[in-house]
Design a protein around this ligand. Structure first.
Ligand SMILES: Nc1ncnc2c1ncn2[C@@H]1O[C@H](COP(=O)(O)OP(=O)(O)OP(=O)(O)O)[C@@H](O)[C@H]1O
Ligand SMILES: O=c1ccn([C@@H]2O[C@H](COP(=O)(O)O)[C@@H](O)[C@H]2O)c(=O)[nH]1
Ligand SMILES: [Mg+2]
Length: 239
């Protein structure tokens, strides 16, 4: 089990979402991680002396999360963990959960939290990086609570790519990557799921003062110019 062993509260001035109040921003920091289970001691070993920096990347289907994550990786050295990609990899590896995951994705629903958190945690445990972008997760309050329960960690920051529905639909239909969920029927279902289950998570982090809302309309480069200062402001803390 990961343990948060210290909590610092430096005040940082940076551009915050207009949807947030401008109250001082409290960073939940992890001075180091320890582990209660020696067999899973890698987290403790890798993060010894480093401060893990976790970013959740949220937004509707096709809002540009994956595209912007690539740019953040290039510019700020994060490890990108797309929850959707991890689940799709699980489908192709013919594991026990694979068939169920495929059905869930086709229906635009959310895979059981335990499955997704296990996959994310495995990736973090086996990484020698300490800066993570967790893309497309948590998808629901249940996901969020399970992540916190299992890892005893919270994200340092949360990005939210705010995009109009018609733009998201257009982008997904033009994606052409052969995804089983990139068709109009599933997109409609994904949008409903996003609104009913994912937006409450966005609101939760807004209330917690951790949310950065990015206007996701424009070119990918223009959008990244809104994202860049968020990470630049945190660079000192995440190195
Ligand atoms: N700013 C942009 N303008 C136009 N097209 C974009 C922009 N950003 C990304 N795209 C394109 O839109 C499609 C969806 O982008 P991307 O895969 O990054 O979204 P996503 O939020 O990760 O979606 P999903 O939740 O479905 O995985 C891709 O084909 C991508 O190339
Ligand atoms: O935490 C998650 C992330 C994703 N899913 C399912 O996967 C698809 C595709 O996810 P993308 O982020 O768009 O790649 C999503 O619609 C869900 O069905 C999930 O269940 N939990
Ligand atoms: Mg994506």
């Amino acid at each position: 089990m990961w343990k948060r062993v210290a909590s610092l509260s430096p005040l940082i001035s940076s551009k915050r979402s207009s949807t947030l109040n401008q109250a001082a921003y409290t960073f939940k920091r992890f001075e180091s991680f320890t582990t209660e289970t020696p067999a899973q001691g890698k987290v403790g070993m890798f993060f010894k002396g480093k401060t893990p920096f976790i970013t959740f990347v949220l937004g509707g289907p096709g809002s540009g999360k994956g595209t912007q994550c690539e740019k953040i990786v290039e510019n700020f050295g994060f490890t990108h963990l797309s929850a959707g990609d991890l689940l799709r990899r699980e489908i192709t590896s013919n594991t026990e959960d694979g068939a169920k995951i495929l059905d869930t994705i086709k229906e635009g629903k959310i895979v059981h939290s335990e499955v997704t958190v296990k996959l994310i945690r495995k990736e973090i445990d086996s990484s020698d990086n300490y800066k993570f972008l967790i893309d497309g997760f948590p998808r629901s309050e249940e996901n969020r609570i399970e992540f916190e329960r299992i890892t005893e960690a919270e994200p340092d920051i949360v990005l939210f790519f705010d995009c109009p529905e018609e733009e998201m639909v257009k982008r997904v239909l033009n994606r052409n990557q052969g995804r089983v969920d990139d068709n109009i029927d599933t997109i409609r279902k994904r949008l409903k799921t996003f609104e009913s289950l994912n937006l409450p998570v966005v609101n939760y982090y807004s209330k917690r003062g951790k949310l950065y809302t990015i206007n996701a309309v424009g070119t990918a480069d223009e959008i990244f110019e809104q994202v860049r200062p968020v990470f630049a402001a945190h660079e000192e803390l995440s190195t």
